[in-house]
Design a protein around this ligand. Sequence first.
Ligand code: PLP
Length: 230
Amino acid sequence: MEAPLGERLAAVRHRIEDAAARAGRDPATITTIVVTKFHPAQLIRDLHALGVRDFGESRHQEAQPKIAELADLGATWHFVGQVQGKKAKQVRSYADVVHSVDRESLADGLDGTDGADGSDRRLDVFIQLNLTDDPARGGVHPDGVAALAEHVLAKPGLRLLGLMAVAPLGVEPRGAFEAVRGMSERLLTIAPAASALSMGMSGDFEDAILEGATHLRIGTAITGNRPIQG
Ligand SMILES: *Cc1c(COP(=O)(O)O)cnc(C)c1O
């Protein structure tokens, strides 16, 4: 038997507090996003009742109807998956934060200042780094971060929060997160406000906290296993 949702959530919160204490950090400076992809809307309602306010989704076709159904919660919605260019306007319409900006054309699509969504709201975004050699993974190559950041900073409809990364499989995550922290320091020289770091998942969030993560994206450690896809 899996532990009930409230127990798993409490256990993860405890581990976050422990890691923050080890890092000499205030846990209140760390936002935990519960990634709920493939799970039904009811699980999000249950998590909301347990105090969760930040949720992550990664697939547009699933996120759009789910978030519409849950509009009454007033939650903060994070889009953490790859965004197809032609879906950018729609993702902008329901997401509060997009963690996966990895190319100029996507920044243009998310900008939304052509009046298409009828607002002058700034969408919060992270630039996603690709720490692998596989372009299919999503994310910009580290060499391209500065140019992409300049492009995002010039968009009146976007606000750059910082960098997002997924630790590659088969490497020690702490080293990967340390490298992201180094890139963040370089980013700050051109974007002094973009100090956030979206990194750390179920298997590696403690390492991410030790390297300065401000936004954790945690799925299965809290939700339990995802329902079988498709
Ligand atoms: C699914 C997902 C997560 C959460 O993964 P877990 O291993 O279940 O914690 C985090 N980030 C992204 C981009 C994801 O797609």
